[in-house]
Structures are given as structure tokens and as C-alpha cells.
Design a binder for this molecule. Structure first.
Ligand SMILES: [Zn+2]
Length: 147
């Protein structure tokens, strides 16, 4: 699995050699080259390659934010707490959007409440995942919007 990299140790006004990045994070130089392929910006026209500290930070932060929002089946993302969370009492409402994702499969929103900050939390889902939804949440009610 991908590990997390502390991006606060990056010097923003420093340009790193790929080998230095490899040293800072204790990762193989091939991993750093892979990051370049994935979109880590290098300073144009220079060899050996240099990476601006601020580009390195932006790249890793973005990458890790993407990882962070991967939710478990029983979680809904809370925008206030900035993490996936099991809704209050495990309970959700299913609200059909009136739209389909194709093949007549309806999509719906799972609506719950964050047990920490009591904000309304939502997760988009669809009928294909209904079994998983029912296995993980208590469904208080289903609201079918007329379309
Ligand atoms: Zn919250």
C-alpha cells in the first residue's frame, strides 16, 4: 500500500535532485521517477532533473488527499471533519435523484449525520451497490423524488 509522506519537511524554495527526494523519503529512485511520470513537475530543460520544492509538496499533497477520500463501505465523507465517518447511529436516508447511471440503474444519495460535528453528510451511490449499502447502514427511509 502507498505510505504517507510528511510534506512539511519539504523546503519550498529549494530545488531537489531526484536522488535527494529519494533520500529525504527513503524511497527508491525508481519510485521518484514514477512520480515524475504521474505528473510531478520537473524544472524544464535541466539535466539532471530538478524538482522545485513547492511542486513536490503540491504533488504529494494532492496525491495523498486523493488517498484520504477513499471511503470504506460503511463511511460517508464529512466535509467539515475532512474524513470518512460512520454516520450517527449507522443510519442513512436514501434519496433517489431521479437520474440513472445507465441501463436503468438509478442513482441515489445516502444522507446521514456526522456524529462528531452533526453536519449533514452525503454519499453518492446507486442501485448496483444497494446490497453493500444495506449491509453497512440502517436505512431509515427511502425518498423517491419524482422526475
Ligand atoms: Zn463532521
Amino acid at each position: 500500500m502507498s505510505k504517507r509522506y510528511n510534506t512539511r519537511i519539504i523546503k519550498l524554495n529549494y530545488s531537489y535532485l531526484l536522488s535527494e527526494i529519494s533520500g529525504v523519503y527513503g524511497v527508491h529512485i525508481r519510485t521518484v521517477r514514477l512520480w515524475v511520470k504521474e505528473g510531478l513537475e520537473i524544472v524544464e530543460g535541466l539535466f539532471p532533473y530538478l524538482v522545485n520544492g513547492k511542486d513536490l509538496k503540491a504533488f504529494l499533497d494532492k496525491r495523498q488527499n486523493k488517498m484520504k477520500t477513499k471511503l470504506n463501505d460503511n463511511e460517508i465523507y464529512c466535509v467539515k471533519c475532512k474524513k470518512g465517518i460512520i454516520p450517527l447511529n449507522n443510519s442513512v436516508e436514501i434519496v433517489y435523484s431521479g437520474k440513472t447511471i445507465g441501463n436503468g440503474i438509478k442513482d441515489f444519495m445516502l444522507k446521514g449525520i456526522c456524529p462528531i460535528c452533526l453536519t449533514n453528510i452525503n454519499r453518492l451511490s446507486n442501485e448496483n451497490k444497494l446490497d453493500t449499502v444495506k449491509a453497512n447502514f440502517i436505512i431509515i427511509r427511502e425518498i423517491k423524488k419524482c422526475s
